[in-house]
Design a protein around this ligand. Structure first.
Ligand code: ATP
Ligand code: MG
Length: 569
């Protein structure tokens, strides 16, 4: 872990709005530490399946698992649950490692793959067969389903359930040798076809699948099922607390059964409610569909709830960790408000994003009584919340751009910006007055404002006592750099897109692109992912698509209370 990461992790705690909350998982761990259940150790793991990019739900699980290890001076492993060769790819493995690191966590030398354990898992299966606790079954998938019964009806025993251990050992070996076609046989745990828990009705442990695995190649044509691979992998790694989401609650008895039958190290499985967020879908399958069907530009589209999308949008690791802390850990399904995530980013960027002036929809403004050719260097404060961030020079000249929205020919009541005859302060500069309006002969649109300035009103000077109600931002036309701004809205217009046909609520106008933006020159050297507050407009980050002279900014999040704040300054 880099020093910087460490520092920022430590400062998370210091800055947390809510002190670290006790939750039921911490209570369980505290109890285990008291009773010395795992010799006083805490060892967790984050076990992603490399079949997609990580999303904010995974981020919560990462923060939880790595966070517990950090706080209890334990360890956390990264383990790829790569038991499904048909859906997994190296690209996903790499993106997952990048995302975990970016979030500020470090698995050190503990990077594992379930596929590392395929030999051991096979040996464990042989042990169960020898104990009469597993058998080779010739039913196909449909038949297995038919035999399983339902929640109200018990299942029926498979006709192959009574095979002898020797027969099973022989058939299992031949399954491994590739003697039988895909799907023709399975290895099943021999538990109880009448159990009220369907997961205990002789669950499948292995299936035959002729597929090339991203790490083991063609070595295997039988692959372990999740339930078989997962608990035993936890045990091999000597995990103490195996934290997973609620849908695995009904699997816990199977998890325990396997470990007890094998008599090996037995971690405690603990379930918590997965993170859901309003106006968002979170399943990898759906996110993949959004990508493949072109509803977004890719996994890292800034509208996606993926970690890579959030990063590209301008989210900081600190803001995501703060969010994970804030939503906490619950035992029951719930949905978190999308606004909380935004609020966490605002809080973080408020402290560290430099303020700059940028005009998204420019309107030309000429100061008639300002001398031609003069350029004044004005002083702009980089961050009023953080004096240590200093100040910068802003060129001011006769021709400026202001925001179209900061002028109204017919101002509504309480409009304190510019209108014919009205005065406004230019941030860090002078009070100006609008004396004339130039319109396009063709369209009638306002294309230019003619103004005068009052030289006695320079910001910060001793004479600048005169006050006006409004302050607006601007850039000097001759010095501004051109940029594109991408403004994002919610990707879904329904609060709970999963409750209906989720694709119906995709928001067709979730992206607005403005190509004629004018930005103050201090941003010429910005690099991708640098984040700024465009005064009065929101927090923006420089996009990866930027090239020298053609900057592209993503609006990460809007500001709130913009007017309330700026009028005081
Ligand atoms: P999805 O359902 O989105 O496809 P998954 O559970 O199949 O996700 P995995 O790669 O298996 O994805 O998940 C890795 C870890 O992340 C698991 O421990 C899982 O419980 C956890 N996780 C996945 N989604 C969420 C979520 N929304 N909230 C909290 N934890 C999650
Ligand atoms: Mg999963």
């Amino acid at each position: 872990m880099t020093m910087e990461n460490k520092k920022s992790l430590e400062s998370d705690k210091a800055n947390a709005e809510i002190p670290e909350r006790k939750n039921f998982i911490r209570e369980m761990i505290d109890e285990d530490l008291k009773t010395k259940k795992f010799a006083g150790k805490v060892h967790t793991r984050f076990p992603p399946e490399p079949n997609g990019y990580l999303h904010i739900g995974h981020a919560k699980s990462i923060c939880l698992n790595f966070g517990l290890a950090r706080d209890y001076h334990g360890l956390c492993n990264l383990r790829f649950d790569d038991t499904n060769p048909t859906k997994e790819e190296q690209e996903y493995v790499e993106s997952i490692m990048r995302d975990v690191r970016w979030l500020g966590f470090d698995w050190e030398d503990r990077l594992f793959y379930a596929s590392d354990y395929f030999d051991q898992l096979y040996e464990y299966a042989v042990q169960l067969i020898k104990k009469g606790k597993a058998y080779v079954c010739d039913l196909n998938a449909d038949q297995i389903r038919d035999y399983r019964g339902t929640l109200t009806e018990p299942g029926k025993d498979s006709p192959y359930r009574m095979r002898t251990a020797d027969e099973n050992l022989n058939l299992f070996q031949r399954m491994r040798n590739g003697e039988f076609p895909n799907g023709s046989r399975t290895l099943r745990a021999r538990i109880d076809m009448k159990s009220p828990n369907l997961n205990l009705r002789d669950p499948v442990m292995y299936r035959i699948l002729f597929a090339t695995h991203h790490r083991t190649g063609d070595k295997w044509c039988i692959y372990p099922m999740y339930d078989w691979a997962h608990g035993q992998s936890d045990s091999i790694e000597r995990i103490t607390h195996s934290i997973c989401t609620l849908e695995f609650e009904n699997h816990r008895r199977l998890y325990d059964w396997c470990l007890e039958e094998l008599g090996i190290h037995h971690p405690q499985q603990i379930e918590f409610a997965r993170l859901n967020i309003t106006y968002t879908v979170m399943s990898k399958r759906k996110l993949l569909e959004l990508v493949e069907e072109g509803h977004v530009k890719g996994w890292d589209d800034p509208r996606m709830p993926t970690i890579s999308g959030l990063r590209r949008r301008g989210y900081t690791p600190e803001s995501i960790r703060a969010f994970a802390d804030r939503v906490g850990v619950a035992r029951r399904e719930n949905t978190s408000d999308a606004l909380w995530l935004e609020e966490c980013l605002r809080n973080d960027l408020n402290k560290r994003a430099p303020r700059v002036m940028a005009v998204l929809r420019p309107l030309k403004l000429v100061i008639e009584n300002y001398p031609d050719g003069t350029v004044e260097e004005l002083e702009g404060v980089n961050n009023p919340e953080e004096p240590a961030m200093g100040s910068r020079k802003l060129p001011f000249s006769k021709v400026l751009y202001i925001e179209q929205d900061d002028f109204r020919e017919v101002p509504p009541k309480k409009y304190f910006r510019l209108s014919p005859g009205a005065e406004v302060r230019l941030r860090y500069a002078y009070i100006i007055k609008c004396v004339d309006v130039v319109k396009s002969a063709a369209t009638g649109e306002v294309v230019e404002l003619r103004c005068t300035y009052d030289p006695e009103t320079k910001s910060g000077s001793t004479q600048s006592a005169r006050k006006v109600k409004g302050t607006i931002h601007w850039v000097s036309a001759a010095h501004a750099i051109n940029a594109e701004a991408r403004l994002y809205d919610r990707l879904f217009s329904a609060e709970y897109p999963d409750r209906e046909n989720w694709k119906d609520s995709i928001n067709p106008s979730s992206l607005e692109v403005l190509r004629e933006c004018k930005i103050e020159p201090s941003l010429a050297k910005a690099t991708p992912q640098d984040r700024f507050q465009f005064e009065r407009l929101g927090y923006f980050s420089l996009d990866d698509d930027s090239k020298e002279g053609a900057l592209v900014f993503n609006r990460a999040v809007t500001l709130r209370d913009t007017w309330a704040k700026i009028e005081k300054s």
